[in-house]
Design a binder for this molecule. Structure first.
Ligand code: UDP
Length: 449
């Protein structure tokens, strides 16, 4: 019997098994978790490598059949800010090589996530020839452009990103904007880039009747509710939503009629301004604007509960300065709620303006307030958009589809790699040009041993 294709997924800071919602645990963790599990169901053998940051977690954790999470020693075994992990990457690489030797493991392909793991993967490719598929999740130049002096990324990020682009076989862009950034900002070869959007787990994120959802999260049945879900970071610009809320409260006929903004996320399950700097900032701003009684911080919540928070709302809002992809708009859409999002990055791709939600310019509370007013005042429009949103997610953005596309990309990358490294006469028929599309996942042995 053919052995399964073995994939090493590298994700130095974003583990698939940590709680989500804190400063450094968001979309990438979800991507690694969902993708690895769905690839395993398609027959791949997956090892996810991440940094060991919790002494209570064993070195190897079986996530589900076919997926192991391997914790590598690289720097202190405790949580450490993502932007300070770069100096530990040589140790991450060495720990990975030591583990592979001890475990007698070899991989057909490496799938690296984020620029730092990209560097490790490019190193391994240089040494062993193992082909690499890479996904950045976020680009340093875009971050620098939007955050300028408050960008805490190490100075060599952009230089390293250029090396990664040159050193890997294939790059996944999550949306057309990211593809453009790779080509225009970094001079990446368009032929190296594959567009595979991320997705949402449609069995976890599904619509719940509003009344039931409100009861579950403890909200009044009659209130107009706006929800923000996500990491609480300045670049997510929740302050913009608070400012728009203040405009709406001013325009409301009565206190009862004014909407409530529910903010889900933060470092702890209980909203704690000392643990989450941004909660402190948002509370100060809401007090200054006289709307502190109209903002509810819930703390972070795990995915199984989030559908109730999305479904309890009339509308979901996310207005970041920039957004490489953005899973939360898709999650709200999967729960059948319209989303107002800023017209940046992946959000311009996931939200269909006027059909599944509305797009607004970032940093523009007046524009946001006007769109909110429109949606909050029109239940039929909300219902129509919510239905269209759920349909769009089911059609375009589910993890089985992402795993299928990613598997096909692995196959293509492996086939091209074989053509590069093996003389054409020795190729099995299945690898001949034109027939690679018919290949099922699994069954490759490119001699990486
Ligand atoms: N998230 C969560 N609990 C929270 C806040 C966020 O599970 O309390 C999840 C959210 O559901 C989403 C992810 O964190 O899946 C955030 O991903 P997104 O792509 O929206 O933003 P990123 O974190 O990548 O900037």
């Amino acid at each position: 019997m053919d052995r399964p294709t073995r994939i090493a997924i590298l994700s130095e800071h974003a583990s698939p098994i940590v709680a989500l919602g804190g400063a450094d645990a968001g979309g990438q963790n979800v991507y690694v978790s969902e993708l690895s599990r769905h690839l395993a169901r398609r027959g791949y053998a997956i090892d996810v490598y991440t940094r060991h940051e919790d002494p209570g977690t064993p070195e190897i954790v079986d996530l589900e059949p076919g997926v192991r999470v391997v914790h590598l020693k690289a720097g202190p075994v405790k949580p450490h800010p993502k932007d300070e992990l770069w100096p530990f990457m040589p140790a991450f690489r060495n720990s990975l090589l030591r583990f592979m030797e001890r475990d007698e493991t070899h991989y057909d392909l490496i799938h690296s996530n984020f620029w730092m793991s990209g560097w490790v993967a490019a190193e391994l490719r240089r040494r062993s020839g193992t082909p690499v598929v890479h996904i950045f999740h976020a680009m340093g130049k875009t971050k620098r452009r939007h955050q300028q002096r408050v960008d805490t990324s190490p100075g060599n990020r952009i230089k390293t990103e250029l090396e990664v682009i040159a050193g890997v076989d294939t790059i996944i862009a999550q949306c057309p904007n990211e593809r453009t950034e790779l080509i225009d900002d970094y001079g990446a070869d368009p032929a190296k880039i594959a567009l595979i959007p991320s997705a949402v787990n449609t069995s976890i994120f599904h619509p719940v009747a509003r009344a039931e959802a409100r009861q579950k999260v403890g909200l009044e049945a009659s209130k107009k509710v706006i929800v923000y879900v996500g990491r609480l970071l300045p670049r997510k610009d929740i302050r913009n939503i608070v400012r728009a809320l203040a405009l709406l409260v001013r325009q409301s006929e009565s206190r009862e009629d004014a909407p409530l903004l529910m903010v889900v996320g933060g470092e702890s399950e209980q909203p704690d301004p000392t643990a989450t700097y941004e909660i402190d900032e948002l509370q100060k701003l809401a007090s200054e604007l006289g709307v502190i009684d109209h903002v509810l911080f819930t703390g972070k919540r795990q995915p199984e509960l989030l559908r109730y928070y999305y479904s309890a709302a009339d509308v979901a809002v996310t207005t970041p300065w920039y957004e490489p992809f953005g899973l939360t708009p898709l999650e709200a859409m999967a729960c059948g709620r319209p989303v107002i999002g800023s017209a940046v990055g992946g959000i311009t791709f996931t939200i269909k303006d006027g059909e599944t939600g509305l797009l607004v310019p970032p940093r523009d509370p007046e524009a946001l307030a006007a769109r909110l007013q429109r949606l909050l005042g029109q239940p039929d429009l909300r219902r129509r958009m919510g239905l269209a949103a759920r349909k769009r997610v089911e059609r375009e953005f589910s993890w089985p589809i992402v795993a299928l596309r990613t598997g096909a990309l692995y196959d293509k990358t492996l086939a091209e790699h074989m053509v590069e490294t093996v003389s054409i006469e020795t190729l099995p028929v299945a690898f001949m040009p034109g027939v690679t599309d018919n290949l099922s996942p699994g069954g490759y042995d490119i001699g990486a041993r």
